[in-house]
Design a protein around this ligand. Structure first.
Ligand SMILES: [Zn+2]
Ligand SMILES: [Zn+2]
Length: 374
């Protein structure tokens, strides 16, 4: 162990719609039950792009240190922080991932036992003042005492684990909610809207949940190929099948004219919500996981009645879902190449290029790679 670093270089969002600015942030003093982490990989999410543009539904005060999907290595452990949520001992050098902080006291923490719905958690990773050092677009992250962490098993590579930080744990949590309301049946057809990270992990879990058919509606072609590797039985390329009626017709043809029992929205654009309803069968379930923008769309609520549909919204997750996602990867990594989720890696200093490429759709999952820094 070298000397404890005093400052961390970090890319800070100072003004909405403007590029992030590199700053030196003072690393907080160690406190009991906290962890100082050196960032290895930090994923850039569609959420970060919306946040940069000021179009995200959550708008924390600026300046803000972004980056909510991070894989880091433990540099320093605060007194009392001895194990991860699964009871596995923690030591310096271990790789960990972490959920957002939660209060442990409110109704959703105590009664519902769903810390990701915490009413008082306040400042999450990627949504906080830079001096808290609670964001992945940085050299170091300070994991606070209200944060549960999961150790990444040694058998899993950094690149395989990174997607757990946001998309995969979101999908695991979404499937938990889906299972509670309407488990996927062996004869069911699942339509997945979107072939980005959430759509791909949803495809994987839909196939593993026993769905007879998994139809992925999205683009570009390369991502749809990956969707097939990950369990899609059919794909509809929206670059080729450009209009809504033709996409609905294709889904109807694949479902004997009835529609799908389950549709999973992972597209992000509000118009996808309207389209998803037309893919659904009567007596069906719509799991909505991709909608993070504040934009609106015209929709006829009567369709919910017509289809007698159940709509399930799901966002975020807690440390349990990180644990389950990592376990799933551990069990399936000989069959699935999880590292294919990452489309490009960038230096921290190139954060704005990476954000631009995500905004343009040139990247599906851009990642800041700090592993070769100095
Ligand atoms: Zn994310
Ligand atoms: Zn709470």
């Amino acid at each position: 162990m070298g000397e404890r670093p005093k400052t961390s270089k970090a890319a800070v969002l100072v003004e909405y719609g403007k590029p992030d600015v590199m700053m030196d942030i003072k690393i907080p003093e160690m406190r009991p039950n906290c962890i100082l982490v050196k960032v290895k990989l930090a994923g850039i999410c569609g959420t970060d792009v919306h946040q940069n543009h000021g179009t995200l539904s959550i708008k924390p005060p600026l300046p803000n240190l972004q980056g909510h999907e991070t894989l880091g290595e433990i540099i320093e452990l605060g007194e009392g922080r001895v194990q991860d949520i699964a009871g596995r001992p923690l030591k310096e050098g271990d790789r960990i991932m972490w959920a957002h902080p939660f209060c442990g006291e409110c109704f959703f923490c105590k009664v519902e036992r769903k810390p990701y719905m915490c009413l008082k958690s306040g400042k999450g990773y990627g949504f906080s003042d830079p001096e808290l050092l609670r964001g992945g677009f940085s050299e170091y992250v300070f994991v606070n005492e209200e944060t549960e962490v999961v150790r990444v098993p040694d058998s899993i590579k950094d690149e395989e684990a990174l997607g757990v930080g946001c998309a995969f744990r979101t999908v695991v949590s979404g499937f938990e909610r889906l299972k509670r309301h309407a488990p996927i049946g062996i004869a069911d057809t699942v339509v997945v809207q979107g072939a980005g990270p959430i759509g791909l992990y949803a495809t994987l879990l839909a196939a593993h949940s026993g769905a007879g058919k998994v139809i992925v509606v999205g683009a570009p072609a390369g991502r749809l190929e990956l969707a097939k590797e990950w369990g899609a039985t059919h794909t509809i390329n929206i670059d080729e099948v450009k209009n809504h009626e033709d996409r609905v017709k294709t889904v109807m043809e694949l479902t004997a004219g009835l529609g799908a029992e389950v549709c999973i929205e992972a597209a992000g654009i509000p118009a996808a919500f309207v389209e998803g309803f037309d893919f659904l069968r009567k007596d069906s379930v719509y799991l909505v996981m991709g909608q993070t923008s504040t934009k609106t769309v015209e929709f006829m609520p009567n369709k919910i009645l017509q289809k007698q549909a159940c709509i399930i919204g799901s966002g975020s997750a807690d440390a349990r879902h990180f644990y389950l996602a990592l376990k799933f990867i551990e069990n399936t990594r000989d069959k699935i190449d999880y590292s294919k989720m990452i489309s490009s890696t960038y230096d921290l200093e190139d954060i704005n290029v990476a954000l631009d490429n995500m905004a343009k759709g040139a990247d599906i999952k851009a990642v800041i790679d700090n592993r070769n820094r100095k």
